[in-house]
Structure formats: C-alpha cells, structure tokens
Design a protein around this ligand. Sequence first.
Ligand code: NAP
Ligand code: MG
Length: 485
Amino acid sequence: MANIHNNYIDGKWIPSSGGDTYEQRSPADLAEVTGVWQKSTTDDARQAVEAARRAFESWSGLSVYQRAEYLNAALELMIERADAIAKVITAENGKTIPESRSEIASAVREMEFQIYQGVRTGGEVMPSSMSGVLAYTIRRPLGAVAVIAPWNFPFNVPARKITPALISGNTCVLKPAQLTPGAGEQFVRLFEDAGVPAGVINLITGSGSVIGAELVTNPAIRAITFTGSTEVGRSINAKAATGMKRTQLEMGGKNPLVVLTDADLPAAAAATALAAFACAGQWCTSTSRAIVQRPVLDEFIDLLLGHVRKIVVGKGDDKASTMGPVCGQTQLDGILAAIEKGKAQGATLLVGGGRITEGDLAKGCFVEPTVFTDVTADMSVAQDEIFGPVLSVMTVDDFDEAVDLANAVEFGLASSVYTADLEKAMEFVGRTDVGLTHVNMPTAYKEPQLSFGGVKASGHGIPEAGPTGIEFFTEHKTVYIRTGV
Ligand code: NAP
Ligand code: MG
C-alpha cells in the first residue's frame, strides 16, 4: 500500500475533512501507485485560506530581511534535497532524472533571484510640486494569494510563483495538479523544515474544479497565480473578475521556430529537436511548429531526423532514456487523438505517430517522437496545442509568409528565428506576436532575472519572474508628508 499523504494547513499535516483520497499513478507504469493523496473539499480549501489570512499580519510585519532569512534556509534545503526531489518529480511526471534535476536547478535560480529582488525592491521618492512636502511611493503585499500549479513543471512553477509572493509579505495556498501532488509536498516541506511560521504556506491536494473554484472565489484571496491550460485560465479569470481579484495566467502555446535559407541549419535542427522533444514535448515553451523556407527544407529535415533517431524513449529513472512517458492516460489519449487528426487531415507522418506497445513500456504512457511534414495552416496539428512529442514542419516561400504563419495561431508564448541576417532577425523580433522571442536560440530558453509570460491566449496579467514577479504580488501606496522643510 502506497503512503497516504495529507494536506498542510496552518502548520499541520492533516487529512481532508471529507475523508476521501485518490491514487496517483506512475505514467511509466499505470499499474504502479506512487502515493495516496487527499481529495480535498471546499471546506478544506476554506480552512487553508483562513490559515493564510490569519498568518498574513505577522508575516507581513517582519522585515523583508527577516523573511529572506527564512526563504534562504528553504533554498539551502532545496539544494541539499535535490536528488530526493528529482526522484519524486520523475515518479509522478515521468520526465527523466536529468530533466528533473534541471527543473530543480531552475527552481534554485528562480528562488535565488526573487529573494535578492525582494530585498532590493523599494518605492520611489519623487520631487513634490510643493515645497516642504515629501512625496514617495511604497509597495505593500496583497494578503493571502492562491497558487494553482500544473504538472509539467510541478516544482519549478511553485518556486517561481511562491518565492516572490512570500518575500514581499504575502501568504499562500498552493494547489498542485492532481497528477503531481508530491512535487508540491516536497516544495512545502522545505518551508516547514526551514521554520517558516504556520499558515504562511499551505498545501491542499485534489481536484481543480472543486478546490480551485473555492480558491478563486473566496473573498480572503486577493490574487490568483495560475499556470495551465487556456480553457481553465479563462474560467478563472472570469470568476476572479467578479471578486476584483488580480490574476496572473500562464497558459498554452503553439511555439514556432522559423528557419530561413541563410540559417545555421545544424544549430536550427538541434534547437528544434531539443525544444520539441525534451520532457516529451510538455514544456509550455516547446517548439511545436518548425516553419522552414523551401530551399533548405530537405537538408533541415535530414538533420532533424538525425536527432530524432537518437532519442531513446524509456522510463525516466532508466539512465539510458532520453525521453520519458507523457504525463498520464488523459494526456496520452489526447496526444494520440491529435496525431490521428493530423493524419486524417492530410499531413504526412514522417516518423513516429504511435504509442509504444511492446515490452515493459506498454504499461506506461510512452509516445514515439513524432514529426509531421506538409502541414498547412488550417490543420489542427498547426493550430492546437498538443502538449506532447509532436512536431509539425511547415514550408514557406519567403520571410513574410514565415512571419504571418508564425503569428497565425491563437497563442503567443514563445518563438524563434534562425538566420544570419541581422535585419531579418530584428524585423522578426518586431513582428512576432509573443511574450518571449529568440534569435538563433531554442524557443524554450529563459533566465530568471527577466519577466516570463505570454500574450494573446497564452498569458494574462502581470508576467511572472524577473522584476514583475514581485510587482504582481504587491500594490502601490503613494505618500505625501508635509515636513515643513
Ligand atoms: P489545467 O488542466 O489547466 O490544470 C492546471 C491546474 O489548474 C491544475 O492544478 C488543475 O487541477 C487546476 N484546475 C483545473 N480546473 C480548474 C478550475 N476549474 N479552477 C481552478 N483550477 C483548476 O492544465 P494542465 O493540464 O495541468 O497543464 C497543461 C497546460 O498547462 C498546457 O496547456 C500548457 O501549455 C500549460 N502550461 C503553461 C505554462 C506557461 O508558463 N505558460 C507552463 C506550464 C504549462 P487538476 O490537476 O486537479 O485538474
Ligand atoms: Mg486539465
């Protein structure tokens, strides 16, 4: 019998008041239960929010340096426990151990930056138009905030969201995805073991539609930061608007990588293969469309296939694997259905296209790395976020057509162009409709000191990370003081 895990509310690990639990299964072997988790109720969510609300006064009353001390202690534990945390991420999400380690390394960098940013974020002193008046602004924390996390970066996303929330004096309730509660638990334990006071960080597991709804509408919640699908993001935004709550929504993508005739083709092919198939194509910044100028199409595809053939699909904890399973049955079914739709609509299946049904891997959610060519803009494989190891290669005649095609989707998260022509590169930077663009670099590249967020259906609200990480979780107060001097 797998371990039973509890919610963490007001500094205590407690079961759901409803008494129900659910099993999380390994995507590498659906027969294997990795843990039993609380199926929390609306009541549990209310309790967690109440704990966060109560803890706010004393937590926000500490100096930012005192809060930084707690958070630095949690960060040290994160570094110490990286191996153990990586195992939990791999067991639940399926990604390979090196991919899990790299997720933790990113979380460390995000956390380091946000703590540093917290202790140097102040207001501004402005000259007053009256003599003898001191005029300045300060930033204040909001209160209790809700953090709704996805399963694809189940550890790094909480780190990126919760660190700026806590350092600036907010308290929070974390709801991890049902598929990856253990990563959320590992994250919260760092804070518990660092001695962070009860109620500052709370964890409740269970269904997004049940506890998510309470978190989004509870009057004590001042802001909701969410990463996940566009559909759920939209519904959260609509509900939050009624309560005048802030939202920060990081959602889907259909990220293009454009390859022009003068591109460094080996570099473009390597970047495409990396960002299309790492974590089985389940990065929100994964490359899902390669838009290639006709004269270099054949050579680009040859180079790309060279990389794809080297991918070793296998269990995440098997050292030989370079690509793990996709995260669970629902994802698997959706990806396979999207592949069938692509075939039916006339795209050419160049490689892959199916579930692995032989041997040990047949027990898990393993999909072959898949490449479609002859994809046109109207096909669903060109439009829909598949969120799996599926790449659509599209052909264009010129630069303008490439840019128009790159923009011809509802999403606007990340993009990239490969070219040696600086003018074309800069024109692409100007015209691409995304929140994150690259020249001669993979679509997924990001650094913690810069903001991260999409436009169009990919993002809404003040973006995460960088200086805006803290901006989202704070409000302004403007102060005028008649000093007489
Ligand atoms: P999802 O279904 O939208 O779920 C995301 C989170 O929202 C989960 O914790 C989920 O809980 C919760 N949720 C579900 N319904 C809810 C509701 N009605 N109210 C409140 N919360 C609710 O997305 P996913 O399938 O986990 O993740 C895949 C998607 O995330 C992809 O579309 C991907 O592009 C996007 N993503 C975006 C970024 C980015 O930064 N832009 C990063 C990573 C992922 P349950 O697990 O209980 O359903
Ligand atoms: Mg979902």
